[in-house]
Design a binder for this molecule. Sequence first.
Ligand SMILES: NC(=O)c1ccc[n+]([C@@H]2O[C@H](COP(=O)([O-])OP(=O)(O)OC[C@H]3O[C@@H](n4cnc5c(N)ncnc54)[C@H](O)[C@@H]3O)[C@@H](O)[C@H]2O)c1
Length: 362
Amino acid sequence: MAEKVLKNRVCIIGSGNWGSAIAKIVGRNAARLPNFEDKVTMWVYEEMIEGKKLTEIINETHENVKYLPGHKLPPNVVAIPDVVDAAKDADLLIFVVPHQFVRTICSTLLGKIKPTAAALSLIKGFDIAEGGGIDLISHIITRCLKIPCAVLMGANIASEVADEKFCETTIGCRDVMLAPTMRDIIQTEYFRVVVVDDEDAVEICGALKNIVAVGAGFVDGLGFGDNTKAAVIRLGLMEMIKFVDVFYPGSKLSTFFESCGVADLITTCYGGRNRRVAEAFVKTGRSIKELEDEMLNGQKLQGPITAEEVNHMLANKNMENKFPLFTAVFKICRGELKPSDFINCIRSHPEHMTQPTPKCSL
Ligand SMILES: NC(=O)c1ccc[n+]([C@@H]2O[C@H](COP(=O)([O-])OP(=O)(O)OC[C@H]3O[C@@H](n4cnc5c(N)ncnc54)[C@H](O)[C@@H]3O)[C@@H](O)[C@H]2O)c1
């Protein structure tokens, strides 16, 4: 008698631009792999589009016409408006919502999911911790739902992934038993996965690079050139490394050379929505909120809120001056500094001030 294969059921929690692009991959992989149930549920935050429910449109046309128009989702991806209905039978929960909604979703799911389930978070951002400082989103998911949570971050602009243009991604997963399942449901010929065990650093890279992208947008808006943008990217990377070193010691420098690190930083500083809105902010003088509403058609901006969350941590520890780029982005977004002050804020960066002798190259 043939051995019965245990099939993992997958639920995607979220259906924005990235959620829909990843649903295309996950749906196809679930249908082709023997250890996954064909049907993939996708929780959709219900909204009306020209008088019709978005879930109905997705289930009838297999297209998320609002967040990923022009791309078909596999028919085995089923849109469900109730998050508990979508998640209750799942073995793998893929979280892909803007980070500000995670706590509410987790409290709705508490006690209603399989206790043996595992999570994979694609969410880039932090939350403010109750006692001060910041919380990683994967830690919130694990604490609230009492399940393990790996992370996926990388140079993955959703529209390009949906177009099936070759790219890489990083999965941070400490659990060696879970890692192959996470990789198998995600990897395709055009979306290549590297798994590392440095979960926290992977996630922190994904959140912090959005702050740097806002800085890159400022220099574009101010009319500086590629050299200036490269300096912003490099100084931003140094602040990312320092942040991890100070607040999450024990992480590995090699993680910054994975797709989640330097590659994501570069793509976001050239192609992402944070850069685009920050450039418009400088050029038009209008508020970030107004521009987000007008330019992004319901998509959410992560950089300015992440800058605020990080500043909460830095100000608490009296460390704002050690992270001048993160601090300047925060203050400019809040209107406490002008965009034209940005370069002056990073001109005397600690990176430029600490070298009486040449740096050792190792
Ligand atoms: N888009 C990308 O290129 C990309 C790439 C990698 C990672 N990410 C990350 O993925 C995460 C999700 O981003 P996205 O691009 O899929 O979303 P998005 O910004 O395109 O869309 C916003 C989503 O939030 C939902 N929403 C609105 N109000 C809500 C509410 N009150 N409660 C719950 N949901 C609500 C909307 O229905 C929509 O699905 C973010 O953390 C983002 O940083 C995005």
